[in-house]
Design a protein around this ligand. Structure first.
Ligand code: SF4
Length: 265
């Protein structure tokens, strides 16, 4: 209240002195609103959540949802394809592998409800890409900031291992997203499969100047075209984080690089 009074008082005394401030504030607010308005999913929610193109995955996601595990016995599992999460105006795109059987396949939101998600959202929050460090359920208030999360596959595969034809079936959703995400400047691929899928998709869309697939290397970076940088990270799976193949420091380094690249634009 005091600050408001003080500001109005000063503005009354010298209105034009504060004009640049108003202008900058208005522009920044508009940009922020554009990037972070109500989260939207693309492709359209219904199109993706009703997809049954991969019989093996349909059976697996529904069996897991019916049988559950003891610790989530009270949950009503999602058991459908998991839509992407975030806003299509975002500049940072995260690409994962696929929903986890008792994580996103249970909660219905990407990387939500499993250990990988704990790592990812904690880190996104640390670097200002999420409003809170935890992602527990679809109604927990989490919002991404200038960030959009998708995966190469929208259904949980058995043993986290999709078949090549399942990845091919799901690719059109990913291609549609890449076309729709007009503001993306940095892509973080979590794991080699996601990394290669990004490159292959850019080739199919004729959106890269690279002529061969870049090698996957943690914290590696490559310019896909004159605008977009692809960063690589080991996937924050339990297998990688428990064994120390991926440490928090290593994961932070990738997000710090993304932040630095975006700040420079
Ligand atoms: S993995 Fe993709 S293509 Fe296959 S059933 Fe799920 S949403 Fe459809």
């Amino acid at each position: 209240m005091h600050a408001l009074f003080s500001f109005e008082y000063k503005a009354y005394l010298s209105p034009f002195k504060y004009f640049p401030y108003f202008l900058a504030e208005t522009i920044m607010t508009s940009l922020h609103t554009l990037r972070n308005s109500a989260p939207k999913a693309y492709p359209p929610l219904e199109e993706i959540t009703t997809c049954r193109l991969c019989p093996r995955l349909v059976e697996w996601r529904e069996t897991v949802a019916n049988e559950k595990v003891a610790r989530f016995k009270e949950w009503e599992y999602w058991g459908k394809p998991v839509p992407s999460f975030g806003n299509t105006n975002a500049r940072l795109l995260i690409v994962g592998l696929a929903p986890a059987a008792h994580g996103a396949n249970r909660t219905g939101r990407m990387f939500t409800g499993d250990r990988s998600g704990e790592w990812l959202y904690r880190t996104l929050h640390k670097f200002g890409f999420a409003n809170q460090p935890e992602s527990i359920s679809r109604d927990d208030g989490l919002q991404l900031i200038d960030c959009y999360i998708t995966a190469t596959l929208h259904c949980a595969p058995p043993q986290n291992k999709p078949l090549p034809e399942e990845t091919r079936n799901c690719r059109p959703f990913f291609l549609q997203e890449l076309e729709a995400l007009k503001n993306v400047l940095v892509i973080i691929a979590l794991g080699k499969i996601a990394h290669d899928a990004v490159y292959d998709s850019f080739i199919s869309l004729k959106k890269t100047t690279l002529t061969k697939r870049p090698p996957f290397k943690h914290n590696g970076n490559v310019l896909l075209n004159e605008r977009i940088t692809l960063l690589a990270s080991y996937h924050p799976s339990q297998q990688n984080t428990f064994t120390g193949k991926l440490t928090q420091k290593m994961f932070d380094a990738v997000f710090q690089r993304a932040k630095t690249l975006l700040s420079a634009r």
